[in-house]
Design a protein. Structure first.
Length: 267
């Protein structure tokens, strides 16, 4: 391993029943402990989450209820795993936002002390996002192998975007596009309608305050009602409509909110 180590480094990944850090459970873990001398120790197994695994999650990671019904629960292996991780720093991809919080929650539920305050945490995804910029200049270099001259002048940016879009179609046509959860959004095709559908698949308002859920229902995408149907919230908490209409939200968002509210009166 090229990375210089003082302490053992455990690179890990979790498969879970879902993406909710608080409520979902681990169904599989894989820990690879890299020692300072470069040797490695693998520890991979499944655990029984003590609840049904949603089909949509199983379709992503391939683990079904039958695969874990005879497996121990996390609580039953928590002390053993804590011992395996003792004195180790942690690394992974997107671990800061997901894997580490999920792992800590599982240890807490098992009444096993798992202190991360003295551990170093390395997130490869964060380094990736910080180092590989998501700017038009970066896209122009990546797709067209050209340097963007006069960046942030309207015409230069417009012409560069035209070249980038054309290069994207040439590169990706026929490939499936998936979201972060593994859901297939569609296939890249050389027509505007399809590209619109896959890049705006759940958008309700332009600011993204509301989105369509998997059932095609408008839900809140922020705040205390995130994930709840907008129409239902407005019926139960009428003051929330007034709060948003008086708040610093875009006019487009307020217009969509009013449309949903008026539609609710008709149902």
């Amino acid at each position: 391993m090229f990375l210089k180590l003082k302490n053992p480094l455990v690179i890990f990944d979790l498969e879970t029943t879902g993406t909710n850090v608080v409520n979902d459970r681990i169904v599989e873990y894989s820990f690879v402990k890299v020692m300072p001398d470069g040797s490695t120790i693998k520890n991979t197994d499944k655990v029984n989450p003590e609840r049904p695994i949603p089909v949509e999650s199983s379709l992503i990671h391939g683990i079904y209820d039958k695969d874990v019904k005879e497996k121990p629960t996390f609580k039953q292996v928590a002390k053993e795993l804590s011992s395996f991780l003792h004195g180790c720093d942690l690394a992974g991809f997107n671990i800061l936002k997901f894997d580490v919080p999920v792992l800590v929650e599982e240890f807490l539920r098992a009444d096993v002390d798992f202190d991360i305050s003295k551990r170093k945490l390395l997130d490869a995804q964060k380094i990736f996002h910080m180092m590989e910029k998501r700017t038009l200049s970066a896209a122009y270099k990546f797709y067209c192998d050209k340097e963007l001259v006069n960046a942030h002048s309207a015409e230069a940016d417009t012409l560069a975007t035209l070249e980038v879009l054309d290069a994207q179609i040439k590169r990706y046509e026929g490939e499936s596009l998936k979201d972060l959860k593994g859901k297939v959004l569609g296939t890249i095709e050389n027509n505007v309608e399809t590209l619109h559908q896959i890049t705006n698949d759940n958008m309700v308002d332009l600011a993204g305050r509301f989105v369509f859920n998997d059932d095609g229902i408008e839900v809140f995408n922020f705040g205390k009602h995130k994930g709840q149907a907008v129409e239902n919230v407005l019926k139960k908490e009428s003051g929330y409509y007034d709060w948003m209409m008086k708040g610093d939200f875009p006019m487009d968002t307020k217009r969509k909110l009013t449309e949903i509210k008026l539609r609710g009166f008709q149902n």
